[in-house]
Design a protein around this ligand. Structure first.
Ligand code: MD3
Ligand code: FE
Length: 228
């Protein structure tokens, strides 16, 4: 330690693990979630995973099964729409959207974009994704929402490689960014409808203090723009 580095980092190399705008409207805030909040969220996710709609692997219309396990809150997502009941799982009504996640989502927007960014932001759906060491998520867009509001993403547990692409196709150009336990990523503005995916998880990289021994949790908060 000792020497003060320039914002660009030593010898002009970009420093990692600092707030970064990856593309217009796409802001990465490393380590945003305090370890205590990570622990709380891991505990809450364990409860949410039990039901009323249990966490499961989503079956795609072509018969494929996702490797990621998912449970939804507020609205149930199934390919490719939101419903209040999980007709593709057990028919139960999805759990209500927790007030604590709405507050967390607003705080996340302020952290990413600054004061005032959360005015009027009212996320009403959460997808909780669990990745074991072999799980992946292919390049896709999230476009079932009827709202252009930003999507908030929180990562806990094992580090993953997150691939952030463009709005035109699932192919290049894209950027690969490591998402580490505690990281926040917000996708708004022109980035809201960009293709993105998770090509791999890096097993053994979780911070045990967060309460996950292995695997990765990702919580995304969305405004669906839907009403009952
Ligand atoms: C960019 N989840 O749940 S989080 C998803 O890590 C999803 O589990 C991934 O993609 C995960 O749909 C990536 C980052 C993310 C989430 C939603 C987005 C990026 C996004 C919506 C629009 C643009
Ligand atoms: Fe997505």
């Amino acid at each position: 330690m000792g020497d003060v580095e320039s914002p660009a980092g030593p010898a002009g190399h970009p420093r990692e693990r600092e707030r970064a705008e990856i593309a217009p409207g796409a802001v990465h805030v490393p380590g945003w979630l305090p370890v205590e909040r990570r622990r709380e969220l891991v505990g809450a996710c364990r409860e949410w995973a039990r039901g009323p709609v249990p966490m499961r692997r989503t079956v795609l219309p072509g018969g494929g099964v996702m490797s990621v396990r998912t449970v939804c809150l507020g609205w149930h997502w199934q390919p490719y729409r939101y419903t209040r009941t999980a007709g593709d799982v057990n028919g139960a009504r999805v759990a209500p959207f927790p007030g604590l996640l709405a507050e967390l989502g607003r705080a996340a927007l302020v952290a990413a974009y600054g004061d005032g960014a959360a005015d009027g932001y009212a996320p009403d759906a959460a997808l909780v994704n669990f990745y074991d060491g072999a799980a992946r998520m292919g390049m896709h867009q999230d476009k079932e929402e009827r709202s252009g509001a930003p999507v908030v993403s929180l990562s806990i547990g094992d580090t993953c490689v997150f691939r952030f692409g463009n709005t035109g196709s699932r192919n290049r150009p894209y950027r690969d960014v490591e998402l580490v336990s505690g990281d926040l990523f917000v996708f708004g503005g022109p980035s809201r409808f960009a293709f993105h995916g998770v090509p791999r998880v890096l097993p053994g990289t979780a911070d045990p203090a967060s309460g996950l021994r292995s695997g990765r949790l990702n919580i995304t908060l969305r405004e669906t723009g839907l009403a009952d």
